[in-house]
Design a protein. Structure first.
Length: 241
């Protein structure tokens, strides 16, 4: 069996709110943290441009985190755009599809991401792979479900004779709780970094600044982020009051 280091983690880092919170979660727990991103011809390709800045902003939020932050790699997963026609990989309207799933669902995306991340972690001797997938406050993607992640972990370990662990710290919490988790991990500095430097908007809009960050304010991703931030703010006011 491949020997992996239990002190190391690899974070699937898109540059969005969830992956930034997961990066903070990993930096808080592991001695060495690396990141991996995927370029798949995504509609919101701006996330690839802001990734480096967002990554550094998260690490700078807490003393000692920068020393734990290791390599970053971007993997070309453009094949997803070549074999799919979705609202995130082509000129398709963002709406609900006839199959009951939003047209932003890219079939096999997270399955491919986990496979590529597993292969990279194997080569780097990293045991823990951290992803921001969530089953509580999400768009209904079947590859974000806990059952899917558990199955992928089993397949990766069987297929590579490894002992990898897929970590999903956001799986059972909503967006408001994600903001609360970020504050608990890195205080006001981390919350500010996530607001200012991360990107979630499916339209790739960096021209409109809201209290929760940048985005069009109308797409499903912006809607989830905005509602979560409002609930987080309400919860803070109730505690402070």
């Amino acid at each position: 069996m491949m020997v992996t280091d239990d002190r190391k983690a690899l974070v699937l880092f898109s540059g969005g709110q969830d992956s930034a919170t997961c990066l903070a979660w990993a930096l808080d727990r592991f001695e060495h943290v690396e990141t991996v991103g995927f370029a798949y011809g995504q509609r919101h390709h701006v996330e690839m441009e802001i990734r480096p800045r967002a990554r550094e902003a998260v690490a700078a939020a807490v003393p000692g985190w920068q020393a734990r932050l290791g390599n970053d790699v971007v993997i070309d997963a453009g094949v997803l755009g070549e074999i799919s026609e979705t609202a995130l990989t082509g000129d398709v309207e963002i709406t609900m599809g006839e199959n009951g799933l939003p047209t932003t669902f890219v079939p096999g995306r997270n399955l491919l991401f986990f496979t590529l991340a597993g292969a990279y972690a194997y080569r780097r001797g990293i045991r823990h792979i951290v992803s921001g997938v969530c089953e509580t406050d999400y768009s209904g993607y079947p590859d974000c479900r806990d059952e899917t992640v558990e199955a992928m972990e089993k397949v990766l370990n069987l297929g590579m004779e490894a002992d990898l662990i897929l970590e999903t710290p956001l799986m059972w919490i909503d967006k408001a709780a994600s903001w609360i988790l970020a504050e608990r991990l890195g205080g006001a500095a981390l919350v500010a970094a996530i607001i200012e430097e991360t990107h979630t908007c499916y339209e790739g809009d960096r021209g409109h600044r809201h209290d929760w960050g940048y985005g069009c304010g109308a797409c499903p991703a912006c809607d989830l982020r905005a509602k979560g931030f409002a609930a987080y703010q309400s919860a803070k006011e109730s505690v402070d009051g």
